[in-house]
Ligand binder design. Sequence first.
Ligand SMILES: [Zn+2]
Length: 213
Amino acid sequence: MSTSESRLREEIAEFGALLTSQGLAHGSTGNISARLDDGWLLTPTNSRLGRLDPARIAKLDADGRHVGGDPPSKEAFLHRCVYEMRGDAQAIVHLHSIHSVAVSCLTGIDADDVLPPLTAYYVMRVGKLPLIPYFPPGDERLAAAVRQVAARQPAVLLANHGPVVAGTSLDAAIGAIEELEATAKLYLLLQGHATRPLGGAEIAELEARYPRR
Ligand SMILES: [Zn+2]
């Protein structure tokens, strides 16, 4: 095993523990993957993100076949669809984090961009958040919808399910999904309150100053 693969395994376990300590990954929900030169790593099925053994994290080849470690998460197809469509994705995180899932269950939300640009950090780390309609887990229509939308945006929200976020590094993907969850919580806190999201000029200035990596 290469040094970079060993290091990525350690980092996935460390970030899994961090997400769990923040209350973002309850039970055995959530999965984390990272791209390798010859495939990708993915957290195992039925594993708790807070108690990962780096050596047992699943390894898949470039075609998504399981080639090492414990059996991969049943949601491997989500990661595979995003890696296929985003050559810049080095890591992907998917959570069933409560506030993001709550927003994904609301009616009347804008499916093109679910959350308003409430803060500068949300604009810088997430930007847009399209909603993918609900399909049962494993349904081919869900895979097709994820492929189509992930080609345009690194962060998507699955209706009645949760967010999937790709990053140009594991750190970037984790930072973006943390920001997404925090913004979902703010959005819910602000329901019923007159709110001023950032405006077009403010967003354009942020995008010019801090291009998303
Ligand atoms: Zn899921």
